[in-house]
Design a protein around this ligand. Structure first.
Ligand SMILES: Cc1cc2nc3c(=O)[nH]c(=O)nc-3n(C[C@H](O)[C@H](O)[C@H](O)COP(=O)(O)OP(=O)(O)OC[C@H]3O[C@@H](n4cnc5c(N)ncnc54)[C@H](O)[C@@H]3O)c2cc1C
Length: 111
C-alpha cells in the first residue's frame, strides 16, 4: 500500500462500478479522509461520516481482479507423501486473517 502511495497510484476505496463506455469508467467510491479530517477526529474523538462521490476515470483498458478462489494444490501434493496433513485458511475457503489464525489455533490445540 505504501508503494502504491509512493508512486502516486490513485486509489478509490469501496468502489462500485456504476457504468462504463468505450473510453471511461464511472465509479462511486468513498472519498479518503484528509490529514486535517483525521487530525480533527483524533482531537475531538468524533468520527466524521464518510463521503461517497462519483468519479469518471478515462481509460482504454480495464483489468478486473475481483474475486478469489481457494487454491489447495500445495496441500494435495504434500498429502500424497504425508497422510496426516491439515488444510486450513484460504486453502479451504477464502476468508480473512482472523479466520485463518483461529483455524490454526484450533488445529494446534487439537494436536
Ligand atoms: C490484496 C489482499 C488484501 C487482503 N487484506 C486483508 C485484510 O485487510 N484483512 C484480512 O483479514 N484479510 C485480508 N486478506 C486475506 C488474507 O490475506 C488471507 O485470508 C490470509 O492471509 C489467509 O491466510 P493463509 O495462511 O490461509 O494463506 P496465506 O497467507 O496466503 O499463506 C499461504 C502461504 O503459502 C505459501 N505457498 C503457497 N504455495 C506454496 C508452495 N508451493 N510452496 C511453498 N509455499 C507456498 C504462500 O507464499 C504464502 O506465504 C487480503 C488478501 C489479499 C489478497
Amino acid at each position: 500500500m505504501k508503494e502504491l502511495s509512493r508512486f502516486g497510484v490513485k486509489q478509490y476505496p469501496d468502489a462500485v462500478i456504476t457504468g462504463f463506455s468505450e473510453n471511461s469508467l464511472t465509479i462511486e467510491a468513498t472519498v479518503p479522509k484528509t490529514r486535517e479530517q483525521k487530525k480533527r477526529e483524533r482531537e475531538t474523538g468524533v468520527t466524521e461520516p464518510e463521503k461517497r462521490e462519483r468519479f469518471t476515470l478515462p481509460c482504454d483498458t480495464v483489468v478486473s481482479a475481483i474475486g478469489s478462489v481457494p487454491n489447495d494444490a500445495l496441500y494435495e501434493s504434500v498429502k500424497a507423501d504425508f497422510p496426516v496433513t491439515h488444510k486450513l485458511g484460504d486453502a479451504v475457503a477464502v476468508g480473512g486473517i482472523p479466520a485463518a489464525i483461529a483455524q490454526a489455533i484450533a488445529l494446534a490445540e487439537a494436536l
